[in-house]
Design a protein around this ligand. Structure first.
Ligand code: GAL
Length: 427
């Protein structure tokens, strides 16, 4: 009897042990001691370093606290606007080695790029499950949709048509925020006479100059014709595009000499230290001013819309999707669900300088700049950014960047217009 009892006990123990190791497997922990790709999410972006990574790190932190079973690997590649990251991503996607999820702008970069190439999974179910359709603005959902399917989750909205300025420099020189180009150029003349660079530019990579040009185009054409231009419905030799090129040249008469040696952060520093007065930069610059340069909104720096673009909002939205062929879609969907939550968006965006993509976020978490941007987003005409990949196909953007780069040094309006016109076959 005693013997029988011991056998039963041993059997029971064996069963318990088997059940334990079975449940380990179900949770994806490794039985060989090696880490499986399951329970690990690799987030790929270009948010590294000053002014860029604070929001990302806060996001990862919060997610790992809420999901201790899933580890996040930060696979960011340095370089503003994704100049290097996009190339690395393309190599990985072509080599069937996609990251679990990657930063991609809504608009053409996502839809005509990765979705059209058949590389992304639709996320309609995730939107249904989380009731997101009423939580993100419809126009934003359109920017991440193709042929009726939704392909990514927007974490933020950056504004591209803002000029940030050094308040003390403006005050010392008796300058008011300019609204028109006339006022802007008058202020620039005054600043030059005082020995101050009116406009800081860092176009080591050409996108910050392209960003100025797209804002001039928006100011001259207005939102409807700006969109028509990139839809191929208005030719690039239209007289208003010529006018915008001339205007762009005049803005470039006011930049720092060493612009080609600087990146966007380096050029923003010129505004911070008072060597330059203004910079046109997306509002990630606000994150940089506040988090890294210890400047205070509306005390050390102010902001106004790019001349001629009041009531318009140049939209740059960072989004994350689900690439086809990854090993652990369940964990990645968990991460994407988190990215789409108000909690995540309100941790990320106050640090990033952007506003939340959701309409029901907690306004009290944002400073005066953020609150104003949220209101403007609701009240403004929204247009997609060219420089950040939303307005036009990547092929056109590459050629437009090259044309802008040449224009910045040569200032030949005819050549510039011809280059843009021939690039428009890529639209
Ligand atoms: C943009 C991106 C922003 C910011 C910026 C500078 O393309 O949408 O989030 O990172 O580049 O790198």
């Amino acid at each position: 009897m005693k013997k029988l009892f011991s056998v039963i006990l041993l059997l029971a123990l064996a069963l318990v042990l088997a059940a334990c190791s079975g449940s380990d497997d179900a949770e994806g922990s490794s039985d060989s001691g090696e880490e499986k790709s399951e329970n690990k999410v690799e987030i790929f972006s270009w948010w590294t370093g000053a002014g860029e990574e604070d929001g990302l790190l806060a996001l990862i932190d919060l997610f790992e606290k809420e999901h201790p079973e899933i580890k996040v690997e930060n696979a960011a590649v340095a370089g503003g606007a994704g100049t290097n990251a996009k190339a690395v991503l393309a190599t990985r996607m072509q080599g069937d080695d996609p990251p679990s999820t990657f930063q991609v702008h809504g608009g053409d970069e996502l839809n005509e790029g990765w979705v059209a190439a058949g590389k992304m999974e639709p996320l309609n179910e995730l939107y249904e499950k989380n009731g997101w359709k009423g939580k993100f603005p419809e126009e934003l959902i359109d920017l991440v949709s193709k042929d009726g399917d939704i392909y990514s989750v927007p974490v933020n909205i950056h504004r591209g048509n803002v000029i940030f300025y050094n308040k003390k420099v403006f005050e010392d020189n008796g300058i008011e925020e300019p609204e028109t180009f006339e006022e802007f150029f008058a202020a620039s003349e005054k600043l030059k006479k005082a020995g101050i660079t009116p406009v800081a530019l860092g176009d080591k990579n050409s996108w910050p100059a392209t960003q100025i040009f797209e804002n001039v185009l928006l100011g001259v054409l207005g939102p409807d014709d700006y969109k028509k231009l990139f839809a191929g419905e208005i030719p690039f030799d239209d007289e208003r595009v010529v006018e915008a090129a001339e205007q762009f040249g005049k803005v470039l008469d006011n930049i720092n000499e060493d612009h080609a040696a600087r990146n966007w952060q380096d050029s923003a520093q010129l505004v911070s230290n008072g060597e330059a007065a203004m910079i046109n930069m997306g509002d990630w610059a606000k994150g940089y001013f506040v988090n890294d340069l210890d400047m205070e909104t509306n005390k050390d720096f102010g902001f106004f819309e790019f001349p001629g673009t009041k009531g318009e909002f140049q939209v740059i939205t960072d989004t994350f999707g689900l690439p086809k062929g990854i090993e652990n879609p369940k964990d990645v969907k968990e991460f994407l669900t988190f990215l789409g939550s108000t909690e995540a968006q309100d941790v990320f965006n106050p640090l990033k300088g952007s506003i939340p993509a959701r309409t029901d976020a907690d306004e009290s978490k944002y400073d005066e700049y953020g609150k104003e941007a949220m209101q403007d987003f609701k009240d403004s005409r929204l247009v997609p950014s060219l420089a950040h990949g939303s307005a036009a196909a990547a092929g056109f953007l590459t050629k437009a960047n090259q044309a802008v780069n040449i224009f910045v040094t040569q200032r030949d309006v005819d050549n510039f217009i011809q280059a843009l016109k021939s690039a428009s076959s890529e639209l």
